[in-house]
Design a protein around this ligand. Structure first.
Ligand SMILES: [Zn+2]
Length: 281
């Protein structure tokens, strides 16, 4: 019964939490943005929200989910944790940390493997960062990440309930980390070792590659700390650092169908407009 409840409601709970927090953070961004905002953001917002809608729709159609895989493995006694039946505390820590590792390592591969990077760069093409960037992904990226992830969920035998907790945290923390907001410095300095903060994730969206190739974690930064990819300092201060990629930096980054097709062609350079409003309108 409980497992059936998870299967039926986990996705709705995640989507409801996502949009509630989206509205709150969008309001905070409007009142107190951390960085200057584009004077005409509507096209960019429209594109990001269109990609978000497509991704939610594609994911709802996909026949396999991490929850479904975890429930199936538990029912059949497959996977390390289902075989060992460890104490509850061990189950929680093992599931959260291995689920976090799936996310960290998949994201790392997205940056290092050419075709995966062509999918993932749709997210990095955004030359600004706010809550609308959170699910600005190419739909094929979710498919590419889901298949190997499901294999790990089954092999580890992750707890469906703890997995649900992780997915809810993932929805909340990724929205928070993409938001154009600034935390008090004293809070940021401590919190960035517990969850991924806006400053930490903004480093990952810097156009300077050593910074782009850092801070791959989505919820807990622990795997970046362990693997040496944790980066808190930036070459240019956060308020003025260039976000996105060096190429392209023009209206193509806001075009929905161009973004959907972009994994399949080379992206040519064009003249660079000037910061801070480096989007020709
Ligand atoms: Zn990335």
């Amino acid at each position: 019964m409980v497992d059936v409840w998870i299967m039926e409601n986990a996705n709705s709970a995640q989507v409801a939490l996502f949009f509630a927090l989206f509205a709150v953070l969008a309001l905070v961004e409007t009142v107190a943005p951390a960085r200057p905002r584009s004077p005409q953001p509507k096209k960019r917002w429209g594109t990001n929200l269109a990609l978000t809608t497509v991704n939610i729709f594609v994911l709802s159609l996909f026949p396999i989910t991490f929850f479904g895989a975890a429930i199936w493995a538990q029912a059949h006694g497959y996977g390390l944790l289902n075989l060992l039946s460890p104490p509850f505390e061990v189950l929680v820590v093992a599931t959260l940390s291995t689920r976090g590792f799936i996310s960290f390592f998949t994201h790392y591969l997205m940056h290092k493997v050419e075709f995966l990077w062509r999918l993932h760069r749709v997210h990095h093409f955004d030359t600004e960062l706010d809550v609308t960037s959170t699910v600005r992904f190419h739909p094929l990226e979710f498919v590419a990440a889901l298949v190997p992830g499901v294999a790990v969920v089954v092999a580890v035998g992750m707890s469906p309930w703890v997995l649900l907790l992780y997915e809810l945290l993932d929805a909340g923390v990724t929205l928070f980390s993409h938001a154009n907001i600034r935390l008090p410095r004293s809070v940021e300095r401590v919190l960035r070792y517990v969850i991924v903060t806006p400053d930490l994730h903004r480093v990952h969206h810097s156009s300077w590659q050593p910074e782009t190739d850092s801070n791959f974690s989505a919820v807990f930064p622990i795997w970046d700390v362990i693997c040496g990819t944790f980066r808190t300092e930036t070459r240019v201060p956060h308020a003025t650092m260039e976000l996105g990629l060096e190429v392209p930096r023009d209206e193509r980054t806001d075009r929905f169908f161009w973004l959907l097709g972009s994994p399949f062609f080379r992206v040519e350079s064009r003249a660079r407009p000037a910061f801070p409003y480096d989007r020709p309108e």
